[in-house]
Design a protein around this ligand. Structure first.
Ligand SMILES: [Zn+2]
Length: 295
């Protein structure tokens, strides 16, 4: 985890009740994320019109919109016309609630860090579903992820100074010139550049575009959070690993056949959420395959 050193001084007392409140708040935000997932790719307003049943067009009231609970109480059907709602609405709400609690605990109960971590995970949750539906990665969501990385890096630089930046040294004549560059910016360039390169290789090999610009931008944003080192490498390996497992599962279940197109964006988003929450254990685990000591 890329938790800032020294952010423990901001840590707050916590209890089981805090977890319950955070889950409810996270699930309520999840309810809004459902609207974002549905309307953002179609360029519709996120605020109006208010939520309504897709089938009978009745405006949904308070009782229909309680996160998670409404779905369970109404058994996943519209109260007015009985049309079934997709269980995905509840899944997104419950996941957002769980992410809020996870971000709180993994941040060491530091509110600012937890809020940024949750915002990045929520943006990635939206990317997961929008890419699944439309094969688009919305720029707005990528910007949220990148901003978290830049803010985190800015905080580290503020606390640790030049020690945290990456030195580039070059001898010019008898002088040693050292330039310090922020980790987030170097990570951004390495992440985006690597994906441009991988995309180009696939395009040459397969003679058709394999990665979209959205994938490249998301890789760059993750580079801003993880920096240009082993964690970024682990993120790519994890995305490919998840992609391979999902592809094999889909083929075994008969949902896809060899050669069918499977979008890579959702795998990248899923790997990104897992990686943001568990940066250190996953980096150590994946790098141990290459003979680096785990622990
Ligand atoms: Zn209805």
């Amino acid at each position: 985890m890329c938790r800032p050193a020294g952010c423990d001084i901001f840590a707050m007392p916590t209890s089981g009740i805090t977890d319950v409140v955070l889950f409810v708040a996270g699930a309520a935000i999840g309810s809004f994320l459902n609207v974002v997932i549905y309307r953002l790719p179609e360029d519709k307003s996120l605020l109006s019109p208010p939520s309504h049943c897709q089938s009978c067009n009745t405006r949904l009231g308070f009782i229909d919109l309680i996160p998670v609970l409404s779905y369970l109480i109404l058994r996943g059907r519209c109260r007015h016309c009985g049309a079934p709602f997709s269980p995905r609405y509840m899944l997104v709400e419950a996941t957002a609630g769980g992410l809020a609690v996870a971000a709180w605990h993994l941040s060491g109960f530091a509110p600012y860090y937890a809020a940024g971590l949750f915002a990045a995970c929520a943006a990635l949750l939206v990317i997961f579903f929008v890419d699944l539906d439309h094969m688009i990665i919305p720029d707005e969501c990528v910007v949220v992820v990148a901003l978290f990385g830049l803010a985190l890096d800015g905080y580290h630089l503020y606390v640790r100074g030049a020690d945290w930046a990456i030195p580039f040294t070059q001898g010019i004549g008898s002088q040693q010139l050292i330039i310090y560059l922020p980790r987030s910016l170097v990570g951004l360039l390495v992440g985006g550049g690597l994906f441009l390169f991988i995309g180009w290789i696939f395009e040459v090999a397969l003679k058709k575009p394999a990665l979209g610009m959205g994938d490249v931008k998301l890789a760059a944003a993750m580079g801003a959070i993880l920096g240009p080192g082993y964690s970024l490498l682990s993120y790519f390996l994890l995305a490919v690993l998840i992609g391979a497992v999902v592809a094999v599962l889909l083929m075994v279940l008969g949902l896809k056949r060899r050669g069918d197109y499977i979008p890579f964006g959702p795998m990248m988003a899923l790997a990104a959420i897992v990686m943001l929450l568990y940066t250190e254990p996953i980096t150590l685990w994946l790098m141990s395959w290459y003979g680096y000591p785990a622990g």
